[in-house]
Design a protein around this ligand. Sequence first.
Ligand code: IFM
Length: 438
Amino acid sequence: MRAARQSVGRSFVLFLRRLEYHVVMASARDFSPDFLFGASTSAHQVEGHNVASDWWLWERSRARRIELERRGLDPLDFISGEACDHSRRFEEDFAWAKHFGHNAHRFSVEWAKCEPEEGMFNQAAFDHYGAVLEALRRRGIVPIVTLWHWTLPAWLAERGGWEAPDAIRAFSRFVGRVVHDFAGQVRWWVTVNEPTVYAWKAYAKGEWPPQVRSSARTQTVLERLLEAHRKAYEVIKFVDPVSAVGIAHHISAIEPARPHSFFDALAARAARAVAVSRPIAATLVTSDFIGVNYYSRRRVRFSLARPADWFIKTEPSVLATSDLGCEIYPEGLLRALRELARHLKPLLVTENGIADATDTYRARFIVGHLRCVKQALGEAIDVRGYLHWSLLDNFEWAQGFGPRFGLLAVNYLNQQRTPRPSAEIYAEICRTGRLPAP
Ligand code: IFM
């Protein structure tokens, strides 16, 4: 009886969504006026001077310098330093976002700045984020706030980072303080950004601090991050029950390299389970929405030569790629949205973007992915918004300042911002709610 009632309820919701979609279409728009359009950033990548963080120390470590020099690279290009000086230039950057017609903006609050010493909250940092929220409010831009985007306070990193026994308690305390200060000003919270990517890069591949290579520890850290999300959810809902809390999952389209190979299909299924399905399942009950960070496709094959990678090998790209070699594959976003729709939670594209210094592909990339979002909406899939990565060029972690993801190009010598042509094409979509004709 309960199941029957639920199913009638579900059909009714789907009916209403279809109706809404057709009303929107009849009004000559592809996206309703309340669809969230904007861009994403993260603190360490744009703000600058993240001096009390583990990344700041790692970027300056002797081992890191030696490693970069051995690869013939200039270590200075891999030090975040003042990054985009966004801490001081956020008004200017948000003025651009407003000019581009964005009605939403995702940014992260930097734990290491808010709590540079254990248990000692830095009021100046909270005042800063208060000013950031106010600058968005004045412009009618909805804030979407991430609570952890990969950098740790150095004091916690020294104690073992996410492996430290009290790491989750410390994170919950930080979350409590942030939410207490900003409840009412923020409706959308993202607890953790891409837990699988962090665990993989920092604990499996050893490419990020603390440069560990251990499958067991990768698993532990991933579990800890998922637990950190669940605890943060409780804290946020306790302080602000009406807010929407989610996690930003990294979701790639993982496909078998040889479509008819049983073993490649198995490898793809295993990779999907580890990288996507399980982390989502483990956080579903404590998520009001699912954040989707979608960039590209991975074609995988089963390989006995790769025991360290669970016998999975990623094949080279066959389509046009970004400057970082990622395939441009919008269909993968549609597939991900269809797949996630079965969880019956609102979906938010929390990141989607391309490293493209010459801006050759970005406009086509954005339009292609938004066509897929439109298609998903037409299928009554509840997508609430699309946030492009990124508003401006920024510090791309271990890859330094080379990759250019911005709608705004940044000249790091003088911090001058210049809009790329694709930014204007995206802006026209944001302003009109309409996609250009094919
Ligand atoms: O720059 C990153 C971001 O920090 C997390 N998602 C992917 C982006 C591009 O690599």
